[in-house]
Design a protein around this ligand. Sequence first.
Ligand code: AMP
Ligand code: MG
Length: 423
Amino acid sequence: MQNREINHQPSCEDELNSGLLTVAEAQGRILDGVTALTEAETLPLREGIGRVLATEIVSPIDVPSHTNSAMDGYAVRAGDLPEEGVREFPVPGTSWAGRPWLTAIEPGQAVQIMTGGMMPEGADTVIMQEQVEREADTVRIGSGHKAGQIVRAAGEDVATGQAVLAPGKHLSAADIGVLASLGLAEVSVFRRLKVAFFSTGDELRAVGEPLGPGEIHDSNRYTLYGMLKKLDVEIIDMGVVKDRRELVERAFRDAAACADVIITSGGVSVGEADFVKETLEKIGRMAFWKIAMKPGRPVTFGQIDDAVFFGLPGNPVSVMVTFFQFVRQALLKMSGETGTAGVYAVRARTTTALRKRPGRYEFQRGVLEQPEPGEFTVRSVGAQGSGILRSMSEANCFIMLEPDQAGIDAGQQVLVQPFQNLI
Ligand code: AMP
Ligand code: MG
């Protein structure tokens, strides 16, 4: 059981945390601090998939364009149907899908009709093929049918002049299909956001290079690249920047000249070699926040010229968590997107005990599973250190633990944020 008693006792954690921003506050400030781009481009319809719609779509036509049959059968006038017994109808012809029967139906006639076939003028009801007896040029139809049945009205999917899609919609396969059904060959979408990113640190070596003493491979540029790739932004990889004042400043200026957004990792702690804050203060505007969260406490948010700046922590797990919790939604907003972008929280029963001290919001790495449809369990991936990148690789969700929560026993319900297809 969670020990609620502890939460009300003053503790040194509280002291440490005074002046820290909550996760929600930081998210709010970041979202308020960015604006959506407005430049649009026109693309052939298929290239619009995954992009953000820039204009409202108003239908130029009715879909379907004509009243038609929802099944194979016979089109009749409802008034001709027998109230009891059976009536014989002459069949003058067939209305095929795309090859309509263009003669108006005469009283007492039944025109054979295929699914999608246009209703002949005067007909208002379709009798299923399986419910009639066909004999040469006549068909026998019984009673009990409803007037107007099995007919799809012109414009029942989308009517002429109807607003179909709003700007800001992330275009899905269904959206592209809807636009195609309207006959639109092109679509206007917001241009892609340009995102430049680089790593900072003297200890970082490129992949493929051997490590000297005290060196590590630069993994953040790969995780960031992967997460940006999912967002369909234009990615500008600026490599690794050494911990030298002039090099950091030059990299910042270069990035600001070509990108809408700059993301760095590392160099935001208070170590002597951390020039990110200092440089941002010198050439741009900056807010430096310590956020009451684990992992990923220090985050820098600011601006250089017209570019928005995110300085993420260097630890490999922290960079992923802070990107997902703060940067991702901001990039979507800047890209013009208005939706929730696939982030949900679900309740799951933890099958492992979760260790936590009250004080900070924790995003622990977990594996969400569904033992029965609609029933969710989650288990911790184990070691939760901010340097243990394997924990992210094994996980498919964050277990979201509120600041005041303490350790959680197995069997308890927790909130979980799945990220499987998002990063
Ligand atoms: P820093 O914020 O620069 O003090 O970095 C914090 C920790 O993250 C240090 O252990 C760094 O070595 C590590 N780190 C920083 N950048 C990277 C990176 N690009 N890839 C892997 N680890 C990194
Ligand atoms: Mg560093």
